[in-house]
Write a protein that binds this ligand. Structure first.
Ligand SMILES: [Zn+2]
Length: 187
């Protein structure tokens, strides 16, 4: 994470005047490209954050609602993935930084927490492990090529002759094809 880009996501716990605080975020493509994580590259997500302090614990409630773009497992094109969840994070001030389940301890002398990465993680966790376009919505050309490619690969594995040629071909393979094949093989 680059410093500065996520300043708006800092919550000043020590500076909280009341026992409640709320704010809203609209995450756009900039947010996802700035956070630079592999799973989600773009999207439009609304986040309503409510913080409530009781007995020294700050309970953060994130209401997340929107659409992100992820890569379709079947055709590798981008697809829209709706995300909608309510996530809770409990934050306490303490001596050292510590993360334990849904509880985070923030050093007292820091007194603030940046929630940008937590929000990203909640969104990423809301994406199903297997995500594909609705029936008929896949990139037909790509799907055809993939099927053809996977058949060729299966044929190659059955043939031991001409190994040097084979390894050259495989070196050129887009790593995503291999990832995809792994996913298919595991199903
Ligand atoms: Zn697809």
């Amino acid at each position: 994470m680059v410093m500065g880009k996520f300043d708006a996501y800092k919550i000043d716990l020590k500076g909280m005047k009341d026992n409640t605080y709320s704010c809203e975020y609209v995450l756009d493509n900039h947010f996802f490209s700035d956070i630079d994580a592999p799973e989600v590259r773009s999207g439009n997500v609304h986040v309503a954050l409510n913080v409530r302090k009781t007995a020294g614990i700050y309970e953060f409630t994130f209401e997340i609602d929107g659409v992100v773009q992820v890569v379709c497992d079947r055709c590798l094109d981008d697809m829209d993935q709706p995300v909608s969840s309510v996530d809770i994070l409990k934050v306490k001030l303490g001596d050292d930084y510590l993360e334990d389940g849904d509880m985070v301890i923030i050093p007292e002398d820091e007194g603030e927490i940046n929630v940008a990465w937590y929000i990203y993680e909640f969104i990423a966790l809301d994406i199903p492990i297997k995500h594909v376009h609705e029936a008929g919505k896949c990139n037909k050309a790509m799907e055809g090529k993939l099927n053809q490619y996977l058949r060729t690969l299966a044929d190659d594995e059955n043939q031991d002759e001409d190994e040097s040629d084979d390894s050259v071909t495989r070196d050129k393979v887009d790593p995503r094809w291999n990832e995809l094949k792994k996913i298919i093989d595991n199903n």
